[in-house]
Design a protein around this ligand. Structure first.
Ligand code: AMP
Ligand code: GLY
Length: 430
């Protein structure tokens, strides 16, 4: 089977790496890919939302299965595009259509969906631009911290947590009136603050049946001990120590089952991943957000723990044949550390030559923002590489990841040195 992966990050490199293990995978293409995917697949320089060109590529290369990595093409309707073209509609796609992608594309839609379907989540009210006055009055009744969420996609920056009512009022005014996040903040949710520990659970579904992938915890802030600006993610760990069997069973019963039943009941065909961002509040799961795709860098710890044939599972999900499929997961730990360009998530330089790239049996380097320039591999983004280590316990996985990180160099390299340390402390106290 010829497979196309859409995207260019560490997540897409990890997909390519895992799919290459499968006897079902014949030719593998990545659009647009990076210097890492080029080692495993043929990169094709097509933007993730250029559907006409992606369609032509699929016909030319006889693609049978597409895996959509990032949210942008999903929310823009890549599945709907393929399904509406006679010559393309036979191609199986992992990723929901435009309607299902609203679970990620609109926080108002996803909040109402959760409330309608009895999925535990924080209470919230939504305000539009013409309701600024009402939103300010409502804020007077709230108790800080107050969570403000831009409705639309805002590249992971659309959530603001205010510690005072006055600050929340300033922020919501900027969002609704001054369009701080463009159209994404033409609606804003004011949401109750959930106090707990975060983790993410990933589900692959065909719209009716599902398999639950390994859970993960990511590290969103740029600075150690979770300080500084939010990023796309600076590292991840799987499994998550506090996600024990009892908690994960609650997630399945209270979150996953009603979510999938809700999609079906509402007539939303959904074949793809659901990434469920959760808060563990005193042992009870609450949904913070849904994403319509896998996480990055979470994928780089989730896929290395899957022992089943991923191509087989993805094809089954895309065909609607997940019933009776099982997933086998390794009990090993995986830890990934993101190596970023100095300055990220604000401005940073590109084009620095990367040295010290190696690999070994216990660890893998996934490329994110890299490209080849003559014979050198150079930086080409904010998040440049993500290095995954495995081990029989968390300490060993952390050691293996950082061992492969330490020889890697470029001008301005930055990474967090504390990935997994909070979970080690939790383990010690458990
Ligand atoms: P999101 O973009 O929805 O993932 O939100 C970004 C981050 O904001 C989350 O990862 C949480 O750390 C935090 N957050 C979002 N909603 C809440 C909430 N209701 N209570 C506490 N923290 C939240
Ligand atoms: N690491 C968070 C995300 O992929 O949305």
């Amino acid at each position: 089977m010829n497979i196309l992966i859409i995207g260019s990050g560490g997540r897409e490199h990890a997909f390519a790496w895992k799919l290459r293990e499968s006897p079902l995978c014949t030719n593998l293409f990545v659009a647009p890919g990076n210097a890492g995917t080029a080692l495993l697949a043929e990169n094709v320089n097509i933007a993730v939302d250029d559907f006409d060109k992606l369609g032509s590529l699929c016909l030319e290369k006889k693609i049978e299965l597409i895996i959509v990595g990032p949210e942008v093409p999903l929310v823009a309707g890549v599945r709907d595009y393929f399904e509406s073209h006679t010559s393309l509609k036979h191609i199986f796609i992992v990723g929901p259509g435009k309607e299902g992608a609203q679970l990620e594309g609109s926080k108002d839609f996803s909040k109402q969906f959760m409330l309608r379907n009895g999925v535990p989540t924080a209470n919230a009210r939504t305000f539009q631009a013409h309701e600024l006055h009402e939103s300010l009055k409502y804020l007077d009744t709230c108790h800080p911290p107050i969570v403000l969420k831009a409705d639309g996609l805002a590249a992971g920056k659309g959530v603001i947590i205010s510690t005072t009512i006055d600050e929340a009022k300033r922020e919501i005014t900027e969002m609704l009136e001054q369009k701080k996040f463009g159209n994404a903040s033409s609606k804003v949710l004011i949401e109750e603050f959930l106090d707990g520990i975060e983790l993410s659970v990933f589900v692959l579904t065909d719209g009716e049946h599902y398999v639950v992938l390994p859970e993960a915890k990511d590290y969103k802030r740029i600075g150690e001990n979770d300080t500084g600006l939010n990023t796309g993610g600076m590292g991840a760990v799987s499994p998550v120590v506090f996600a024990n069997h009892t908690f994960l069973k609650k997630v399945e019963d209270k979150v996953i089952k009603p979510t999938i039943a809700g999609l079906k009941k509402e007539g939303i065909q959904y074949k793809g991943f659901i990434f469920i961002g959760l808060m563990n509040v005193k042992g009870e799961p609450y949904v913070i957000e849904y994403n319509a795709r896998m996480g990055d860098p979470e994928t780089e710890v989730v896929l290395p723990r899957i022992q089943s044939d991923l191509a087989e599972l993805l094809l089954a999900a895309a065909k609607g044949e997940l019933k009776n499929k099982q997933i086998t997961i390794s009990p090993e730990y995986a830890v990934t550390v993101v190596l970023a360009s100095g300055g990220y998530p604000e401005s940073f330089k590109k084009g620095n030559v990367i040295s010290g790239l190696t690999s070994n049996r216990k660890s893998t380097v996934f490329h994110a923002g890299t490209r080849k320039e003559s014979e050198a591999i150079v930086t080409n983004g904010g998040r440049v590489l993500t290095v995954t280590g495995k081990g029989k316990n968390l300490t060993e996985a952390i050691t293996n990841a950082y061992e492969l990180v330490s020889p890697i160099q470029w001008d301005g390299i930055y990474y967090r040195k504390d990935i997994g340390q909070d979970l080690l402390r939790l383990e010690a106290n458990a």
